[in-house]
Design a protein around this ligand. Structure first.
Ligand code: TRP
Length: 377
């Protein structure tokens, strides 16, 4: 059987470099490798609404932004099905049935959900806290709490074997595998167990924000967006966090935890050196000089700016093209959503049959019950 990809993003903002190295770049490579039978890339608007119930307009406006980012990054609607989650209602029905296979306790142990509940301030996070403060917290929306189950529907509906995603999605894939396992053992072999495909380099696994904080996040204002201009990229890199103890050029510097070097780990390629920094043959040489001392931050930053802008320029160029064709972008999403719906409907049929809720399809059921009652009469 051929390999199938499903992955996606929440439309809560434009996509940034963390999205790019964490998953998007890989998807484009996999798409172009021709090794996959089908590729589905989903704009997860229904999932975005699980913690944005009061802000539907944000989600609505960001659909096109994410679609533009996808197309600009090189996803090709001829080879990948781009679709909107909410336009495939079959996914909700699957989730409703999967809910019976997962316990509240298991969801409570999901590390990503746990961290997100804290981050969003839904639940109490410390025992010493004033009781009134704890009471004032909004509580965790049920839809949000159960989104890992909805994500299992997203993945299994398309019989995905492979989910290219960031590290934070690992618990979701694990949970999906458990649901698949449980479903198949209760109702018979029906669903496909997926695998996560993580970035192969540590810098890409979790790209820090420009401020050196653990993760790029819109609310922290530490993102470089795929749609940023060359000038914005330059400004952001120039203010980037480096080694706070590297005060003078002569001082030895630290490369670990130095955001500029982490970004170089994620983005630089050997051919960038002869082009933009011919005094060094490789990133290892550059790092060695920085460690010894005598290499200033600005020189390294200028190199990073060149590398990032070389990477982003073709993406910007495609964006400019698609920005002038918004109707076409929506047409791509509509066609993709229709196609996704047909795929999901097939899986849903299999699920209904396996769960024995396919009453009207089952002539045997009707005939045997009719027969039994006739014999009784
Ligand atoms: N949880 C993902 C995110 O926050 C989005 C998503 C929804 C997803 N369903 C998915 C990712 C299925 C991979 C597979 O970005």
């Amino acid at each position: 059987m051929g390999k199938i990809i499903l992955t996606g993003d929440r439309p809560t903002g434009k996509l940034h470099l963390g999205h790019y190295v964490g998953s998007l770049r890989r998807r484009v490579e996999l798409q172009n490798s021709g090794q996959f039978e089908k590729i589905f890339v989903m704009i997860a608007d229904a999932q975005a609404l699980t913690d944005n119930a009061d802000n539907p307009e944000k989600v609505r406006q960001n659909i096109v932004e994410v679609a533009l980012d996808y197309l600009s990054a090189g996803l090709d609607p001829e080879r990948s099905t781009l679709f909107i989650q909410s336009q495939v209602p079959e996914l909700c029905e699957l989730a409703f049935y999967y809910m019976n296979l997962v316990t509240v306790q298991r969801l409570q142990r999901n590390p990503t959900v746990k961290a997100e509940i804290q981050l969003r301030g839904f639940a109490e996070n410390n025992a010493e806290e004033e009781e009134t403060a704890a009471q004032q917290r909004p509580g965790t929306p049920v839809g949000f709490f159960t989104y890992p189950i909805s994500q299992a529907s997203d993945i299994t509906a398309f019989r995905a074997t492979t989910v290219p995603a960031g590290e934070d999605q690992e618990p979701m894939i694990e949970q999906t595998r458990e649901i698949v396992h449980k479903f198949n053992s209760v109702y018979g072999e029906t669903l496909v167990e997926p695998e996560i495909l993580l970035p192969d380099n540590a810098a890409c696994l979790r790209l820090p924000g420009t401020d050196g904080k653990a993760k790029m996040s819109k609310s922290l204002g530490n993102c470089i967006y795929l749609s940023d201009s060359a000038d914005e990229v330059k400004k952001k890199v120039m203010t980037m966090f480096t080694d706070p103890d590297h005060l003078r050029v002569e001082d030895p510097g630290k490369v670990e935890g130095n955001t500029v070097f982490t970004y170089l780990d994620a983005f630089s390629r050997p051919e960038h050196f002869p082009k933009y920094l011919p005094d060094y043959a490789s990133l290892d040489e550059l790092k060695a000089h920085y460690r010894r001392g005598g290499l200033g931050d600005v020189k390294v930053k200028r190199f990073l700016i060149a590398v990032l802008n070389e990477t982003l320029e073709p993406i910007r160029e495609r964006r400019r093209y698609f920005e002038q064709r918004i109707e076409e972008v929506y047409a791509v999403l509509r066609t993709g959503s229709e196609q996704a719906r047909r795929e999901a409907a097939q899986t849903l049929n299999d699920v209904r049959r396996a769960m024995r809720i396919d009453y009207f399809e089952d002539g045997e059921l009707i005939a045997s019950q009719a027969e039994a009652y006739k014999n009784k009469a």
